[in-house]
Design a protein around this ligand. Structure first.
Ligand code: GLN
Length: 453
């Protein structure tokens, strides 16, 4: 098929189905058709790369030159960036065809896509179920076959948890592997862009384009990018898998534990060995994250002041009124909660007690992973504590929502890469298996994921 036909097919599916899912905030039909035609011309000339003419979608956190980028917020409802994020530019340069921007929790704060100013996304697997979050739009769009692949971001689990809840595969690379330039910042020391698609191979193909050094992001690491598709078929014989005892406790739902253990059993059949390991500081991860992430968020979000860009309140009477009303009207409830927590933790009298303490805990958590990877190649466990939950069931209780990331958050604090892949179902809802790797060992995760699938 031509890229134009492929693009028309997926645009048609979006038009037909997305009124049900609300997985897109913006659909860029005109631009997509134009890019598809250009891709077909390149293909005719024999100048195509693997991505030329392939449709995909961007999480609405990546700046797209000339295309509205909202980050799920009223604050950026009408923001049209004058530049591309590095990830956007790379996919564009590879000839991929962007069909639009996917829904997300406001400023990526959430685990259900319910904090979006543009309304919640629905999980294609079940009526009235959340898709997870914050990259719930990308996960639902891939699961509903509205796009073959999508970009996503993960600060505390926002790629892996929605991938798990929607039955697709998602990869959060090592911190620093993918440039954050032009990716709207939530918590800069934790944010990492990554991939979402049906298969490990598609994730590998995407990462091939997205990964690599970028002088515009000072935390992006200058390290050669391997061809992630080249090692997908390596045999797994002798692969050492670690199961953290802290992940398999009574608190893990028994059906969930059964599914995850069954999936790990498949790896043993493929020649891997399994051993118990310990990540002793796991229980501190959520608490440390909910100091560090809001602290960084409170600083990052100070730029939305109604002066330079984004939402501005009507008829401000003076500068203070402009700031106050712009932010009161432009930000949603969860974002405000994070700004308050973060400003509190960073304030002079409390800095040492909260922020500094959390940073020390973070180092202990990182050390847990470094030590574990002296003994094993991959760590496995659940991606989420439960399958997709009902819309509205956790919105009144932020702590319940925060606990959704109990298996994913420590990975961001450590900065290591991790993936979620589909591994069975409970009552017709998908379950995710999480694969955690050592720094820059994305190839091994993709290899292991590919062999399972
Ligand atoms: N759910 C977590 C939070 O709300 C993580 C979100 C994310 O990874 N962007 O902060």
């Amino acid at each position: 098929v031509s890229s134009l036909e492929l693009t028309q097919h997926f645009l048609g599916r979006i038009k037909q189905e997305d009124t049900r899912y609300n997985s897109f905030i913006t659909v860029t039909e005109e631009e997509a058709l134009r890019d598809a035609k250009a891709a077909d011309e390149l293909r005719a000339k024999g100048e195509a790369t693997p991505w030329t003419g392939i449709p995909f979608a961007h999480k609405d956190i990546f700046c797209t030159n000339g295309v509205r980028t909202t980050c799920g917020s009223r604050m950026l409802e009408n923001f049209v960036p004058p530049y591309d994020a590095t990830v956007t530019a790379r996919l564009r340069g590879a000839g991929a065809v962007c069909l639009g921007k996917t829904n997300m929790d406001e400023f990526a704060m959430g685990s259900s896509t319910e904090s979006s100013y543009f309304g919640p996304t629905r999980n294609p697997w079940g009526d009235n179920r959340v898709p997870g979050g914050s990259s719930g739009g990308s996960a639902a769009a891939v699961a509903a076959r509205l796009v073959p692949a999508a970009t996503a971001t993960d600060t505390g689990g926002s790629i892996r948890q929605p991938a798990a809840l929607c039955g697709v595969s998602g990869l959060k690379p090592t911190y620093g592997r993918v440039s954050r330039y032009g990716m709207i910042a939530f918590a800069s020391s934790l944010d990492q862009g990554g991939t979402m698609a049906r298969t490990a191979e598609d994730n590998a193909m995407m990462l091939n384009v997205m990964a690599g050094f970028d002088p515009k992001d000072s935390t992006c690491i200058d390290k050669p990018v391997p061809d992630y598709t080249a090692t997908l078929n390596e045999p797994l014989k002798g692969l050492k898998i670690g199961l953290p005892k802290e992940y398999f406790t009574d608190q893990l739902d028994s059906e969930m534990a059964q599914q995850v253990r069954a999936a790990i059993g498949e790896y043993e059949k493929l020649g891997a060995t399994v051993q118990e390991i310990s990540l002793p500081n796991t229980h501190l991860a959520i608490a440390a994250y909910y100091v560090i992430a809001p602290a960084e968020a409170s600083a990052n979000l100070s730029r939305f002041d109604g002066v330079r860009y984004g939402y501005r309140c009507e008829d401000p009477k003076d500068l203070l009124d402009l700031y106050t009303r712009t932010r009161a009207e432009g930000f949603g409830e969860e974002v405000k909660r994070r700004i308050l927590i973060g400003s509190y933790a960073l304030s002079a009298g409390y800095y040492d007690a909260y922020y500094l303490k959390a940073q020390k805990v973070r180092r202990l958590i990182q050390q847990d992973f470094i030590e574990a990877f002296n003994d094993v190649d991959v760590i496995m466990g659940p991606s989420s504590p439960t399958p997709a939950f009902a819309l509205g069931s956790k919105t009144d209780d932020p702590v319940k929502m925060y606990l959704e990331d109990i298996y994913t958050i420590a990975i961001n604090l450590a900065g290591v890469p991790a993936m979620s892949i589909p591994a069975g179902q409970i009552n017709g809802l998908p379950v995710g298996l999480q694969l955690i790797g050592n720094y820059f060992d994305e190839s091994r995760l993709l290899n292991a994921a590919h062999q399972y699938q």
